[in-house]
Unconditional design. Sequence first.
Lengths: 416, 864
Amino acid sequence: MIVRRGMAVALTVALLATGCAAQQKGATQQEGAAVPGVTGTTIKVGGVLTKTSASGYSTKDAEIGAKARFERANAEGGVHGRKIEFLGAEDDGQDAAKGDAAAKKLVQKDQVFALVPVHAPNFGGAAFLEQQGVPWFGWATGPQWCGTKTGFGYNGCLAPKQGAGSQTWWGRQMADLLGGAEGKSVYVQTSDSSGSKYGGTTISQSFTAAGFKLAGVNSGLPAAAPPPDWLPYVDKIMTSNGGKAPDVVVSVIAGTKFNVGLYSALKRAGYKGVLTDATSYDAAILKDPASAQALEGVIAAPMFEPFESTAPEIAQLKQDVEKVAPGTVLTQHLAIGYWAADIFLDMLDKTGKDLTREKFLATGNGSYTYENAGFGRIQYPKDHSEPNGCGALVKLENGAFQVAKSMKCFDNVPLK
Amino acid sequence: MILGYVLSGLVTGAIFAIMGSGLTLSYAATGVFNFAHGALGFLSALLFYELTTAAGLPAWLSALVSVGLFAPALGYVLHKAMFRGLAQAGETAQIVATIGLTIALPALGLLVVDLAGLPAADATALPRGVGPHPAVAFDVAGVHLDTDQLITFAFSVVAAVGLWAFMRHTPYGLRMRASVDRRRLATLRGIDADATSALAWMLGSGLAGLAGVLAVSVLGLDATAYTVLLFASATAAVFGRLRSIPWTFAAGLALGVVQNLVAGYTDFLEEVTGLRTAVPVILLFAGLVLLNRSRERVAGSAAEDTPPPDHLAGLPPWRRRLPWAVGLVLLVGFTFLAPEYYVGIAAQGLVLALIFCSFVVVTGIGGMVNLAQAAFASMAALTCGWAFTSGLPFFVAILLGVLAAAAVGMLVALPALRLGGRVLTLATLALALLADQVLFQVDAFSNGTIGWALPALGFGFADTSDPRVLVVVLLVLIGVVALLVRNLERSASGRAILAVRSAPAAATTSGLSAPRTKIMLFVLASAIAGLGGVLFAVAKGSITATDLPAFAGFVWLAIVVLQGVRRIGGAVLGGLIAVVVPELLSTWDVSAHVGAILFGLGGMILAKHPDGVLTQMAELRHRRPPAPELDEPARTAKGALFRMEGVVAGYADSIVLHGVDLAVKPGEVVALLGANGAGKSTTCAAAAGDLPIIAGRILLDGEDVTAWPAHRRARAGILLAPEGRGVFPGLTVEENLRTWLPDPGPVYDRLPHLGERRGVLAGALSGGEQQLLTLAPALVRPPRVLIADEPSLGLAPLVVRQIFEVFAELRARGVALLLVEEKATEALAIADRVAFMRLGRVTWTGPRSEVDSERLAAAYLGVR
């Protein structure tokens, strides 16, 4: 019995000890500041990223991006005299429940003012943050962002409801690149999950709005792991355009290894048309000869100004990143973290010296507009329910990425 | 085009086939269904990747090292550390331990890669395969294939042929098949079951490694993808009835083709999201229901899962409850003193604890292993969210959610009636995956990826948005469930449940309804899980289809079983641990991999202490001294070759032999006679080493062999022909003989009749032929001691005479014979000496000449 009681006591002591420690921490933070995370000289923020996941998908680079942007702000003296105290980002492991716990930890235990950057496809803390009125900034890929008052996607809500605006930039940029969409057909490949199917709908619409003919949408690919055999899918594509191959194939499947598999199989089957997707703009791909070969000629569609661009904003980004983490390879996730932080800083600036969460949200949700060549243009509250409609195209040519179309914004059309 | 689908489908199928055969092999040879089979493949693939990238070895050499050295070595280590112990543990412990490994092994690999600074395993990229990189494409009959696919197919053919040759034409293969066929008999024939198991694990692990390395160029280094691969391979194994490697192999190939055909020709199914992805899972379920009716146990009962001894039985009730009462008071104190964040964590732990209580009902009491509990929780939460959003009052929505979970539980329980043991477990696994992949993908039900928002539970004066209130609500609910469980155990229906669990047949004959009891348990457990699920959603404020993934259910089961699944205390402790450990790890900034590895270590502990941490603690502190040894036995006859002295032996909860003394000289037949239940067969088992003895000694030619395992005694010359027939029904006559003889030729000279039927499966022989086959090897290679347990049972008089002629010949050749018979006549005709047994003791021993009908009657009727 002594052992069991001993264990119970030990457990309790441990719990109490951690409890006391946190209470003390909490107490020191309360001093001199009624607003959580805000003192006369600092603003505390932290993020939630999918740093690790069972599937290997990782957005961890967003932490470096945000840090680089905050460091520059701090070097310039902060915002209204307050420097950003960036706690780094929690890992949600692509698990909704863990994301919720991470959000609670940041708000309740670490007492942050806002969550920047939030970049986790399965983020589960949305309901909590909305209920607590805590602002959060990041990449709004899921519907949990949309329609909130607190969730600010750096390029708007990418999961609009039916009837809300849906992007057309991808199709229109592609039409511009190919010299018009007249008579050209497009095939959209998604995987067998409701999220991917939804993506298929919005992207099909983007291309038809630009004048492309839709040759087919297929959502047969298994979502969890790539199919060991691509043949049935490739066959469908190769005969979709009245027995011929389509002019453009859009891949709405997550992950390089899916795309590498699909594109290799398509090329093996003799496909000569255009391949395009949203995820292939990734320098890591170039390291592996097989992946680089499979993706050669692919037109990737990033939703930010490509790093190869000559825009001064991009030169600034590179310089900022080089200061915090010399030698870092620039990635999509890094850019997202950077631009999310950039918008947060702008909103802080516009809120003014007298900072509370309510005032901050009032600024953000009161006809807020901010333009930047890095991500186009963002307007709140409009972009709480639709994407900002801006994007660029990048082509992989001879093993290197080249800007095919610079960042440009187009009008949205209502989602059918 | 269909030819193309079939051809390239075969390539995919080859991977399923290789992985599936490894699964079948290790299951059939050891009885442990290895959920970590996919993880073994992942580790081999990871090593292959690191060898090619970091060490710069050529691909073929890396593959050889990973598949030929590393994977078998890993299998051996796991056998030593874990699987060996698991084979004796209950089914729950087996499942949980291998699930622990599924999580721990990939984490261990990734941690090593991290710590050693090796190239990180990027699961989103595709590493190179064994062949040229990039793979070279070519056409076969109009089908586009590449070199990696060709290599995969070639290796699968090599693996199939090699496996066939190994199993059919080597002594190792024969031993393994003999062990698979009748494990106990195999040890009695001198086959070291432990060594055979080790070999099976090495081979199985090697096959997993081969499949892993071959698959890496299509799957990437993604542990989840390997688990998905495992499920598909399990389907193949199930179609091989978890016994037949050739059928598993064929089913694996077929599965690859079916997947291709489904992908190619079923566009009409596109509307139902996930249905086509779920084809292997649907086939898994169908295969389980149609093919795998459990032969040994019925309706999911786990008779071998006997409850652990209650180490605290001697303590007064208040003393037993004290630690829990203290814990409760401390928890409540903590709730009202600690900061909100930590109270939130405690609330989260209690939500899990409530869900975990359902395991106590279904597994702890009902003895069934359910892997679909996360699906029930999700089901209830989503139904509740849907109902509430549709405008129903919140409490009605909650009720509806719990009822929905209960209804699904009912649906699962219905097929469970037909299935037993592992088959039921696999069926719940299939259902869990099906729910995840198809049911929860229905947008109208789960509201897409956004899910449903739920309000806090209000009580007028307070609501659950305050974690303190939530903790109190949860404590009350858990208390109610605990009372329910207590009443269940003590009520008439509770006794019915326990009866069904430990002896289904007996329960049925006593008029208890096993199906009804099981359905009730399943439904109750599902309802509890559902309630937990609803509270999970309430605590979180929303629920989405991905909040409680199927895999979470596996992890939960493991956590509860680790603490002890028979008590609510284990569930509560499990829930708290499930939230406290990750919190501590993140506070101390320890890699998340470490948590996963700790979890796997838990599985290893479970292999040694299958009843969980709580029982282990109680045992450490309160173990009662073992039963006192019985008095020293008296010495018997001199010059005996085989001797048992004061042997005490029995089974888990009852002692059968209370000090047996027996001696047999070379060239002597001792007949051991006694009424049914006297302990004769137990004596045989103890003599042959099939049953460990508690006290006494067993001597062979003066050497103490008490500690020797059965196979070693058999090799030393003690041969037991067990009750019933001592043949391997699944092996041919020839193979049966080869288990004891290097060359069966002389047997055919003596018994030409067997020679004619050498290619026939022993199971197809008549009873008399089987008994002759049992004893025939002894004629060619006589043992030193032959123990025959009821050799004449159920045989025609003519055959019985033939059998006893064999005994006479063996006696003439100097074998010491111990004949055990219930019917005395034939045995007495041949016996030199006679021993009578009654109630676990030898009551009389003497020469045959002193036995008359009076003494016989006395011995059988128990009057001296």
